[in-house]
Design a protein around this ligand. Sequence first.
Ligand SMILES: Cc1cc2nc3c(=O)[nH]c(=O)nc-3n(C[C@H](O)[C@H](O)[C@H](O)COP(=O)(O)OP(=O)(O)OC[C@H]3O[C@@H](n4cnc5c(N)ncnc54)[C@H](O)[C@@H]3O)c2cc1C
Length: 494
Amino acid sequence: MADKIDVIVVGLGNAAICAALSATEQGARVLMLEKAPIEERGGNSLFTAGGFRFVHDGLDDLRHDILNDLSAAEAEQIILPTLPAQTYLDDLMRVTEHNSDETLAGLLVGRSRDTMRWMRHNGVRFIPMFGRQSYKLNGKHHFYGGVNIEAVGGGWGLVDQLLKAAERQKIEIRYATRLVRLLQDRRGAVTGVTVKGPDGYADIDAKAVVLACGGFEANPEMRTRYLGPGWELCRVRGTRHNTGDGIKAALDIGAQPFGGWSTCHAVAWDISAPPFGDRTVLDNFQKHSYPIGIVVNLNGERFVDEGADFRNHTYAKYGREIMKQPQRAAVQIFDAKTIDMVRDEYRIRQVTKAQADTIEGLAQQLDIDPEGLARTVTAFNAACQPGDYNPAILDGKGTKGITPPKSNWALPIDRPPYTGFVVTCGITFTFGGLRINEHGGVLDVTDAPIPGLYAAGELVGGIFYGNYLGGAGLMSGAVFGRLSGHSAGQHARS
Ligand SMILES: Cc1cc2nc3c(=O)[nH]c(=O)nc-3n(C[C@H](O)[C@H](O)[C@H](O)COP(=O)(O)OP(=O)(O)OC[C@H]3O[C@@H](n4cnc5c(N)ncnc54)[C@H](O)[C@@H]3O)c2cc1C
């Protein structure tokens, strides 16, 4: 059996399943290896909202081939800005301080639309992200921030629909089977893998291997080594299985490390959340409405510009700022003017919050220094400038004379009751990984491709540095999964 496998795909998240489907299209016989038992399958992809960022020309364009299920009545309610390729690229370069690798960034953006069409063709259905990426103004849903379309059923739905496609292609999956090391011949070509499964260690031969088994976010030793002191203490938002195994196995045979090794995607995450993702609560421990409130530490001091940009452009770097605060904690505060506008994740039962009629009362309930908080709120309120408030655009209604400023959406915190949500840092995924070429092939330390080795998803380095664009993670996994699967399939058949 094992000697007839063309392509081994390591992992069972979005990137891996896209790679497996794509390799199958090339006529390859594919085996997928999932470290998790079946009941924990799906990687981080399963925990997502299923939101994708891709190039499009607006709603009419999308209704042709991505949002085929949308009714005319629903379409009537939607105001959806276009996402031109240049805007996507410019935003990616801006948030990564122009560190994103130009070739990889160009592939991500340039192939995003066609890859969405390909996923739709493979049975994944999509809808607009009404709940999280639009504000209702004058009876219409105004979408903003560039990630506006999600898979039906979110991340769980995405993985389910992709797995159904894999089932249709009769792709074999082995659960509870983890990659231990890569096998090579004397030329250096990858010839298979050693795995540890329910029956112990085994070698499996293949003509090509695609690594799509995530970053090292769930590995406290690697987090601390690469992200820095204290990172063993953050919460992990998703799967406990992404412990850097694929990255390590590839580095062990001379693959080239690449990308933002000391940075990661990390967000504001409920302080009472468990150490790893919860498959019922999913991403609802996140708290992403800070742009319409203020954020303070336990001294009562603000420490970020909550309105620097759309949430989609700041949320992934603000978790790291929370890590630097006393007790790795922060409190997001809203007053009666904005509390009804917070995202759905604030209304779950498992939420750490308090409400009070005075700022001092709120501080006491949440163990914030009351004098510090009162001082901060008084100064913040006095600094809010007049202007037209509009949370769906960068409204420029900022503060003047305080540090840090709030650059948009600055409304005074002055109408009781006041509600505070206590958060800590939740890591999503790491940015450092392997270097791939334009075919998805893994490069070695001399820049030469390692024959038979491909990679996709979180473990590819060089796309994100320091910050990230919402919806680009799944898109990257799909684009590079499809690309590396295609290349691996061709390599195996050649
Ligand atoms: C809570 C949360 C919400 C998110 N929301 C979004 C969103 O809406 N939009 C977006 O674009 N991105 C989102 N992301 C980021 C997104 O999850 C990732 O960018 C993307 O899913 C990564 O896909 P992947 O296939 O590379 O990794 P994963 O989906 O994590 O898959 C990795 C797979 O590898 C397996 N594995 C690990 N080690 C081994 C081994 N040794 N052997 C075999 N298998 C192994 C794992 O079990 C898993 O199946 C979110 C992430 C989280 C955690």
